[in-house]
Ligand binder design. Structure first.
Ligand code: SAM
Length: 410
């Protein structure tokens, strides 16, 4: 049984009528449409264009793996992406050696990460003979962009990354705590949507890829609401929605495995430099919805915790393939979401696209429901939302952290 529950549909012209008028006053507008069919053709075409950016994001992750990965036998990793190209813009000997080692690993290694790489290459219809040229092309493009030798694409074309990490979830938990103490959080959260949960494919940039690919956010959000007493384990229902097929198939497989009694195990590295409260978050991650598990062997100097999520928690999740800019989940009246989390996603989109995504989310939220997000243009004001303000959460004493915004559905 595939874990997916809510009907997914494209946004309709009637869904966006109010925002079309609001956008008309700004610099970026929606095109004019003669009728509903005209709109429908346009939104479907936008869907194809936006989904076209997914592969570009995966190519960036592959480039990071090739240059910095530790999960395959290879010469020492590069210090920086810019070291992969010389002044003429060609790949350096070091980068070529790592590329060759990666190609061998694609052939020989049978880990989840390399199975995902193979799945991607098959989808691109890359043959064995074409592999070296294909991979050197993407690494070269990535390195030139990182070195500043090639202009990065404009926001509307840049690749959409699947990558994720633990710390943003600490910021989400702290934001939920603040909302609870100001009584802005619904008393009983029953339905949660995590939009764009992500998949840690290339690995954390500081610690690399010795952990298997993992998706942290759905578990972290569940843990946060349960820890805060805002939900009960037997009632709360989480839907993860993403448009990246790698993320969707990873999560769907995990749900099916959990329904067969298998635990989803998260490996959680502890890089240096976090402040005491962020470290405490890491130390207690999984206390509510998991149990400590044996961590994998970590490279020296890296402390690793592992947490096995209770299968009954994972088994209750549903997973939907949805582009939040062009589509929405059709919810049954009275069964809308109480909480939607969408972090590190809006920054990929133009003001018009962000407005469409917010329209879609507003349709999915119950009255009084909360959206926690970031990267939303402050000039967008949707009448469906009351702006509850921003929360800054620091991760380190030098104050690296995140600013999350919170909205309440009227
Ligand atoms: C950079 S990752 C962030 C992951 C996680 N939310 C976090 O904060 O660490 C962006 C995620 O959002 C998903 N995403 C981006 N645009 C999306 C869209 N239009 N519809 C659905 N998912 C989207 C990507 O596929 C990816 O999984």
């Amino acid at each position: 049984m595939l874990a997916g529950s809510n009907p997914v549909r494209f946004l309709r012209a009637t869904d966006v009528q109010a925002v079309t008028a609001a956008l008309a006053a700004g610099p970026e507008k929606l095109p004019e449409f003669t009728d509903a069919t005209d709109w429908d053709n346009w939104i479907r075409e936008r869907d194809t264009v936006i989904r076209g950016r997914i592969d570009h994001g995966i190519e960036d992750s592959l480039s990071e793996l090739i240059l910095f990965g530790t999960s395959f036998p290879a010469p020492p990793k590069l210090a920086a992406a810019a070291d992969a190209v010389n002044a003429a813009g060609d790949l350096t000997a070091n980068a070529r050696a790592r590329l060759d080692a990666f190609i061998q690993a694609v052939d020989q290694l049978d880990s989840e990460r390399f199975r995902i790489v193979l799945e991607f290459l098959r989808r691109q219809r890359i043959t064995q003979d074409e592999l070296p040229a294909f991979l050197s092309g993407i690494v070269r493009r990535f390195a030139l962009e990182e070195a500043g030798l090639k202009k990065k694409q404009a926001r509307a074309d840049v690749g959409v990354s699947p990558e994720t990490s633990l710390l943003i979830n600490y910021a989400i938990e702290e934001t939920l705590r603040a909302l609870k103490s100001s009584r802005a959080l619904p008393a009983h959260i029953q339905r949660i949507a995590v939009i764009g949960p992500g998949l840690d494919l290339a690995g954390d940039p500081d610690v690399n890829d010795f952990c298997p690919p993992q998706s942290i956010q759905p578990f972290a959000v569940l843990e946060a609401v349960l820890r805060l007493g805002a939900a009960t384990p037997t009632e709360v229902q989480l839907t993860a929605v993403d448009f990246n097929p790698l993320v969707v198939s990873h999560l769907r497989t995990s749900v099916v495995k959990a329904q067969g009694g298998h635990s989803y195990v998260l490996q959680l590295p502890h890089p240096a430099g976090w402040n005491a409260t962020a470290i405490s978050y890491w130390q207690h991650f999984g206390d509510t919805i998991g149990a400590p598990a044996a961590p994998l062997a970590a490279p020296s100097g890296i402390e690793l915790r592992a947490v096995a999520m209770k299968p009954q928690i994972t088994a209750r999740m549903t997973v939907d393939d949805l582009n939040i800019v062009t589509q929405t989940l059709e919810t049954i009246p009275g069964q809308e979401f109480d909480l939607v989390v969408a972090t590190n996603l809006f920054a990929y989109y133009t003001r018009v696209e962000q407005t469409l995504a917010l329209t879609s989310i507003a349709r999915m939220l119950a009255s009084g429901g909360i959206l926690i997000s970031n990267g939303i243009s402050s000039s967008i004001k949707l009448s469906e939302f009351e702006d509850l303000g921003a929360h800054h959460v620091s991760y380190s004493d030098s104050d690296s952290g995140d600013d999350l915004v919170t909205y309440k559905r009227r």
